[in-house]
Design a protein around this ligand. Sequence first.
Ligand SMILES: NC(=O)C1=CN([C@@H]2O[C@H](COP(=O)(O)OP(=O)(O)OC[C@H]3O[C@@H](n4cnc5c(N)ncnc54)[C@H](OP(=O)(O)O)[C@@H]3O)[C@@H](O)[C@H]2O)C=CC1
Ligand SMILES: O=C(O)CCC(=O)C(=O)O
Length: 532
Amino acid sequence: MWCRGTAGLARGSPDAPGLLAMVEAFYGRAAAMVEAEAAAGVAGAQWDRLPWVRGLLETIRRCSYVLEVAFPLRRDSGTWEVVRGWRAQHSQHCLPCKGGVRFSSSIGVDEVKALAALMTYKCAVVDLPFGGAMTGVRIDPKKYSEHELEKITRHFTVEMSKKGFIGPGIDVLAPDVSTGEREMSWIADTYTHTLGYRDINAQACVTGKPISQGGIHGRHSATGRGVLHGIENYITNTDYMDCIGLSPGFPGKTFVLQGFGKVGRHTMKYLHQYGARCICVGETDGAIYNPRGIDPKELQDYEQVKFSSEGSAPCCQAGSSGVSCSFQSHGTIVGFPKAEPYDGSILEVPCDILIPAAIEKQLTRENAPRVQAKIIAEAANGPTTPAAHEIFLQRNILVIPDVYVNAGGVTVSFFEWLKNLNHVSYGRLSFKYEWESSYYLLQSVQHSLEQWFGKSRGEIPIIPSPEFQARVTGASEKDIVYSGLAYTMEQSAKQIMAMAARYNLGLDQRTAAYLCALEKVLTVYNEAGFTY
Ligand SMILES: NC(=O)C1=CN([C@@H]2O[C@H](COP(=O)(O)OP(=O)(O)OC[C@H]3O[C@@H](n4cnc5c(N)ncnc54)[C@H](OP(=O)(O)O)[C@@H]3O)[C@@H](O)[C@H]2O)C=CC1
Ligand SMILES: O=C(O)CCC(=O)C(=O)O
């Protein structure tokens, strides 16, 4: 295979200042490549084909709807303030739209539009029947009490309900930065008791819920597990590893993680389980380094120290579900005793795999030349600017793009949504039947052997292998979810790699992933038609 594709390098791209400009630059590159081939493939008069395809591509690029909300909040202190937020529905080529809810003091309408567009492309890459959406609420959640956060979440949900920006068939929300099960639970409860009260599927208006509210086993860890599989599909591919000069497989590889939140901590756990060694973790308030490796469980335990009855440290936030909390927390990785504090830029630490799992625009024209990893797995959305993307291509660094590698979360959200629409958990109807089928199968093998060979030496024992035994007795909803997730990530990796080969893109997997997404969305628009 070609390590350095000719197509990707030909077009330079300015280092886009904003996330929206970045996503549009990546989109524009893929759109320009697909245009001619797409025009050749559509029906209609020769002269009309290119304008038609260009019209479709421009329609896909633009965000379809944005709801801007401003509402008053009475603080616990008795003062008032106005909270602002947005829900963007980037594309309705498939319904419902799907995407997370972010609480951040730096979010604005353009970031929300960009993140919604990424959701459209991501869902298409992993073949989920959703358009893309995103919510941003401009608050610093650390400055609000739980009671205030609940009021904000519920108020925002009501506003979205009134305007058709939430509903199981319209627009389905999910966790993102600084939101989790607790907020999803408030959203589900608010919607089902207001606009959704006559809808038996109302719970499916949001995913990432606690199990008691219709959540699914495995959603917590889904994005991290998806990142594991996303990297696995490349790191076990000898062609790609030869290109970047890395031996295949996880064992012995080192990695650096930025962001020890919901996505980062699970990514760290799985990579560690698969034999890779985390040597550096960075958070907003500091970083830690240990070249011999940092144990993910020990780090998590340090961050969330078990509650001691006399203790007085603040209660943890992670996994918050509204129920009383049984942990005390350092609330930080800083001070972890089995690592040194690290003062430099963690993105530049020598390692095999760099995993930005925090926020956007971390890898830029400025620091990209100093990155020393061979693989960058974009667990976060939009961590790499277009200029950095070009630098990584030139430096033969493999970037596994966000629209593929962090799609595990939304994939399992899809499974949760289906579970809610089906009103039954995965496997409930079939587990016992399958167990009995396996039992009867073994029994009939035993009887057949005994009929053939006789029973002179007693019954012929049939001993299931541990793997078979575990499969028939130990299957759970989580097993089914994990297997569906692994399958999805594997299929999509194959599609992206095939696309990269078709367009001679070499290591430019981002453009290949965008091309996969574009082809699929284009097909929907082309076959459905898109104007009145
Ligand atoms: N949750 C999900 O299912 C999915 C999330 N993503 C993406 O993954 C990323 C992380 O999301 P998620 O884990 O859910 O969010 P969380 O809020 O759970 O965690 C984010 C973590 O990153 C830390 N952080 C923020 N800024 C920086 C920084 N500049 N340097 C180092 N650490 C930083 C935060 O610390 P602090 O709290 O102190 O600011 C926090 O610990 C986002 O880009 C999100 O869009 C992608 C797919 C799915
Ligand atoms: O599960 C979802 O719908 C969205 C998850 C998410 O935040 C993302 O994929 O960026």
